[in-house]
Each structure stands twice: as C-alpha cells, then as structure tokens.
Design a protein around this ligand. Structure first.
Ligand code: SAM
Length: 212
C-alpha cells in the first residue's frame, strides 16, 4: 500500500474513543469491553476500514475489531466511526505479530485477511499474514471451530497460502480462484477498497475459508 503521511493522524487516533489504546490489557476481556456475549471477529490489515465498517453495520449482533499497523490509513476508518458511530466496532493500531497478547484463547470466532501485503522476498515469508507462523498465532486465539477467511488478487501469495495449510495443520472449507464469478462464495460478499480497485481492472479474486 502506498502510504502518505496524513498530518495529525497519530494525534487524532490517540484521542479517539473508537480506538483501543491499551490492547494488551484487553486480553480475556473482550466480551466485557463490548458489554455482551456476541461473537468477536477481527480483520488484520484493515487499511481504511471499509470492509469491517460495512460488516459491523450489517451485523449489529457481532462484535468487530479492526487491526492496522499504520496510522495514516487507520485514520480513515476512525474518521468514519467518529462521523457515524457503530457500537460493535473498535480499532487497534498495532502489528499483528502481537495478536496473541491482545486476544486470549477462544476469544475470536473469525479472522479476515483481505489483500494482505505479499512480501515477495523469500526471506520475508514469515511476515505474510497467511504464513504458517501467523496461522499458529490465529490458532491460539480462535475458538476450535473458528475460521480464517482470506481474499487476494495475488496468485503467488494465494498459492503460498494454500501450501502453508497442511504443514500448519489447517484444512480448506471453501475455496475459489474467481470469487466474483462464484455465486455461492459471492453471497454476502463485502468488497474491500483493494478488491474494488483490482477487480475493476479485471483481476480474478482468490478466496479461501480455512479451519483447523
Ligand atoms: N484490507 C485492505 C483492503 O483490502 O483494501 C487493505 C489492504 S493493504 C494491501 C494491506 C494493509 O495491511 C495495509 O494497510 C498494511 O499496513 C496492513 N498490514 C500489513 N501487515 C500488517 C501487520 N503485520 N499488522 C497490521 N497491519 C498490517
């Protein structure tokens, strides 16, 4: 993602009530934070947040947490929340490597990865969000029947993600190499910013849903 420095984004995020500022203190307490027992679903690498904001709007009985590393993009999601708040949505600015110190065992029922950065160099493979290293982290926080949903237009990253499943002990529930022409998997699809951009260029969108 091309990042522009958005003036004041760090300060605005630091002041926002819709951003969790002490995420490590929330481990094991997410139901208390939301004030209900509804399931908790997270998006890692949410960018400007259109996807998770729309899911939160459509599903008031589900709790959502959007995670993003960079203030300069997260600020867009935060601004939308400030303008038109949803009670079932919070954001965290952090690197997903720390995810197991923010969510406890069985606290999350679904994880969304959308158009994750490809990190094309082999030596950076561990940074790819669908890598076996990240799958191990996801396994620590997901309920036993919890799932990871991953969408991308990058065929190399998707192939890598598929090859990581068996060594990590995960299995495919659903998979398509052309989401927008797959009527079944397209049901209820919420487009992300990147999905709109790449599908409008004619790129096929790959998606899997996996579980342990
Ligand atoms: N999901 C959005 C979409 O589909 O439009 C944005 C996709 S963008 C290519 C990937 C985003 O993931 C970037 O905003 C990047 O900062 C974020 N990201 C990448 N690695 C991350 C990590 N380890 N932890 C948190 N965010 C990360």
């Amino acid at each position: 993602m091309r990042l522009r420095n958005v003036t004041g984004s760090r300060e605005a995020i630091a002041k926002s009530d819709y951003v969790i500022h002490n995420p490590q203190e929330c481990q094991g307490k997410w139901h208390e934070i939301f004030g209900n027992d509804n399931p908790v679903r997270i998006e890692i690498g949410m960018g400007k947040g259109r996807f998770i904001t729309e899911l939160a709007r459509q599903n008031p009985d589900v709790n959502y947490v959007g995670i993003e590393k960079f203030s300069s993009v997260l600020i867009r999601g935060v601004q939308k929340q400030e303008e038109d708040p949803l009670l079932n949505l919070y954001f965290i600015r952090m690197d997903a490597e720390e995810i197991t110190s923010v969510f406890g065992t069985d606290e999350v029922d679904r994880i969304y990865l959308n158009f994750s950065d490809p990190w094309p160099k082999d030596r950076h493979a561990k940074r790819r969000l669908p890598s076996r290293e990240f799958l191990r982290r996801y396994g620590e926080i997901l309920i036993p029947e919890g799932v990871v949903e991953f969408k991308t237009d990058n065929s190399d990253l998707f192939q890598f993600a598929l090859e990581e499943l068996e060594p990590a002990g995960w299995k495919i529930l659903q998979m398509t190499k052309d989401l927008h022409n797959d009527m079944q998997m397209m049901q209820g699809n919420v487009m992300t910013e990147y999905e709109e951009r790449f599908s409008s260029k004619g790129n096929p969108i790959y998606k899997y849903i996996v579980t342990r």
